[in-house]
Design a protein around this ligand. Structure first.
Ligand SMILES: *Cc1c(COP(=O)(O)O)cnc(C)c1O
Ligand code: SF4
Length: 343
């Protein structure tokens, strides 16, 4: 239990120490317009070697801080590639479907129970960034978010699930919730005495690190639940000094930090990039956890890396990195009892 040890308040280093706009403003003013993004990175449409599109069902969304980490005038920048909507997304590719993990029917009141001991709570549809390869880009959030009935149904479902000791807040991105709402949810979870661990799956610490404010840190640090934050970072270039400060603040407040990445063609599909990512994560006190083979979600086929190539890449980095910096290459198969290890 967390209350048993001293929370190192002295090393609190929240974004508020480094004055910037509140995260809500930064989210509101994120780039939503493709022409503006291209302008920001000093590219014109004609310099992209592929046709880009406007997709109203999954529109462009990029925080300015993240865009600032993209290399200028580089259509192949690994951060740009993750958010750039391409006409190819509209190609029908066999095997690429809207619900690759068969989650839609397994979700009730926003609670998805696939694996023993753990339950995943879909808290919100909203994200701080729109990643083109996202496996939940077609998820029916309107029917399935836990928040609809002020968490009541989801909490009731978890209360009955006595065998669950870990709740995973997911989404969308759970840190899109305001601090007050998040605190209310954590308080309710804490009252379920069979829960021991709170896990948060979030891309905020990477794409909008200002989200890690003093109020959030204090909610996490004061919880009786062990807290694990699994961030989502695909390339070393995503981690700058601001990101490092935010992660250091989480770490200083007793949060265990892990990373999951997706293996993406044109982003991180070479051994040097994967090695640099692991090293950079360690600088920021984060250990690599999973490297996901792409889920075959409609619109993402252009990011696919064949499994044989994925295995070879992981073997290659294994030969030069300590074991704890080698992520587990996994694929999620519908119906499995855990994610499927490919290595
Ligand atoms: C990935 C996932 C989990 C967590 O699995 P771990 O192997 O513990 O990280 C739990 N529930 C669902 C539905 C998941 O997709
Ligand atoms: S932040 Fe995560 S949930 Fe949101 S679009 Fe990106 S991959 Fe999907």
């Amino acid at each position: 239990m967390k209350a048993d040890y001293q929370v190192p308040n002295a090393s609190y280093r929240s974004a508020s120490e480094f004055p910037t706009a509140p995260w809500t403003d930064l989210l509101r003013t994120a780039i939503k317009d493709l022409a503006e993004l291209l302008d920001f990175v000093e590219l014109s449409y004609s310099e992209l070697d592929e046709v880009s599109i406007v997709d109203p069902t999954f529109p462009l969304l990029v925080p300015r801080g993240f865009a600032a980490r993209m290399r200028k005038r580089d259509p192949h920048d690994p951060l740009l590639r993750q958010v750039l909507p391409l006409a190819r997304e509209r190609d029908a590719v066999s095997g690429f479907v809207s619900d690759p993990l068969a989650e839609f029917e397994r979700s009730q009141s926003g609670v998805i129970r696939k694996y023993a001991g753990r339950a995943l709570l879909v808290t919100t549809a909203a994200c701080p960034i729109h990643c083109r390869y996202c496996f939940r880009r077609h998820f029916p959030y309107a029917d399935q978010s836990a928040s609809r009935a002020s968490w009541a149904d989801a909490i009731a479902a978890l209360e009955r699930a006595r065998d669950v000791s870990e709740v995973i807040l997911s989404g969308g991105d759970p840190l899109t919730l305001a601090n007050g709402r998040l605190k209310t949810l954590i308080d309710k979870l804490e009252r379920l005495d069979h829960l021991r661990t709170l896990r948060i799956h979030t891309r905020f610490p990477i794409v909008l690190p200002e989200r890690i404010d003093a109020e959030l840190l204090s909610s996490l640090a004061s919880s009786r639940l062990r807290t694990v934050v699994v961030v989502h970072c695909n390339h070393a270039q995503e981690i700058d000094a601001t990101v490092e400060r935010g992660l250091a603040a989480l770490h200083a407040n007793g949060v265990v930090l892990l990373n999951q990445s997706v293996l993406l063609r044109g982003v991180n599909d070479d051994a040097a990039a994967l090695r640099a990512l692991s090293e950079r994560l360690l600088d920021a006190r984060v250990l690599p956890y999973y490297l996901h083979a792409l889920d075959p979600v409609a619109g993402s086929a252009h990011f696919d890396v064949p499994e044989r190539e994925a295995l070879a890449l992981v073997e290659e980095i294994r030969s030069t990195l300590p074991g704890y910096l080698v992520p587990r290459l996994v694929r999620e198969l519908p119906g499995g009892i855990s994610k499927t290890m490919l290595t």
